[in-house]
Design a protein around this ligand. Structure first.
Ligand SMILES: [Zn+2]
Length: 312
């Protein structure tokens, strides 16, 4: 029996999730942290059933996809330590027991900081080899519009016990589950998790449906790769596939297609400006995201990180 004590988790005031649009974050910084801390303490799990025994769990941090069935429970992504007991309880209310497997879409804190508690409770963790490597190190994440996040290395309990390079196949709860990696994108260790029979794919932060995506360019992310990764997954799925984004509402094949169209257009404009010798400030001033801002919000973070990935 593993130790199930709940560790005290430091709720760092600077850990604002990267999907909160910049302007809103700036507002939070000005009005003060109590509101942020409050929202962390009060975040609850809500659920959306997307198949038989398949549920999306929304809380604080990346969306969780859960498979609950005869063989047990598998989840994709683990959010934050304070959320772990909350979604453990939700999974029990949905007919599950302990979490047997945890797949991380990537190593970022808001998708993986729950790992240590899950590992302590006996869950086996799986991720791309590069993500596991990053989880053993200290990492700095610069989201441009929010304060820089310092992510500490995980203890052994929080580290994946199995990794892969390009593809891993799992067979669990009556279906094949493919873990797919298609090169550097949001990070260098992204995984799309495709539940083939349920026809549900979890894209991690390669597909953000809550504003423009973040490209972790300082840790090897690339806008070119993000587009290529999405195109690869689009080729694996079909028009009926349920597409779970890293953040935001559950989406469709057509939402992913539009996202690719958007990123391709923006990438093309930024690239053309760079080829004309434009500085980052000149690219921002040229407003390359104008067609999408009404829908997606503040583009500064995307433009900044895309510029970095296209100029190195
Ligand atoms: Zn991320």
């Amino acid at each position: 029996m593993k130790d199930k004590r709940i560790k005290i988790y430091k709720v760092g005031p600077f850990r604002i999730p990267d999907y909160i649009p910049g302007i809103f974050s700036a507002f939070l910084l000005i009005v003060g942290f109590p509101f942020v801390v409050q929202s962390q303490q009060t975040a609850e799990i809500t659920t959306q059933t997307v198949g038989e025994g398949r549920h999306v769990l929304f809380g604080r941090g990346g969306n969780i996809l859960a498979s609950i069935g005869d063989q047990g429970v598998l989840i994709v992504d683990s959010q934050f330590p304070d959320m772990v007991p909350k979604y453990q309880s939700t999974i029990k209310s949905l007919g599950g027991r302990e979490i047997d497997f945890t797949v991380n879409t990537h190593w970022h804190y808001d998708h993986a900081d729950g790992n240590e508690l899950l590992g302590d409770a006996g869950s086996w963790i799986i991720a791309h080899s590069h993500s596991r490597d990053m989880m053993t190190r200290h990492n700095t994440i610069n989201t441009v519009v929010n304060p820089i996040v310092e992510q500490a290395p995980y203890s052994q309990a929080g580290l994946p016990v199995a990794t892969y390079e390009e593809k891993m196949e799992l067979f669990f709860n009556g279906e094949q589950i493919d873990l797919l990696h298609a090169g550097p994108a949001h990070t260098q260790g992204d995984t799309a998790v495709f539940f083939r029979d349920s026809n549900i794919v979890h894209m991690g932060d390669v597909f953000n449906n809550a504003g423009y995506p973040f490209i972790d360019s300082e840790n090897g992310g690339e806008i070119e790769g993000m587009i290529a990764f999405c195109e690869t997954i689009l080729g694996e799925i079909n028009a009926d596939t349920i597409v779970v984004p890293g953040h935001g509402e559950v989406a469709t094949y057509y939402d992913l297609l539009e996202y690719i169209t958007m990123l391709t257009e923006i990438r093309g404009k930024i690239k053309a400006l760079i080829e004309q010798g434009a500085s980052l400030q000149e690219v921002i001033a040229a407003n390359p995201t104008v067609n999408w801002d009404a829908k997606k919000g503040d583009p500064l973070r995307l433009i900044d990180r895309a510029y970095m990935s296209l100029t190195r």
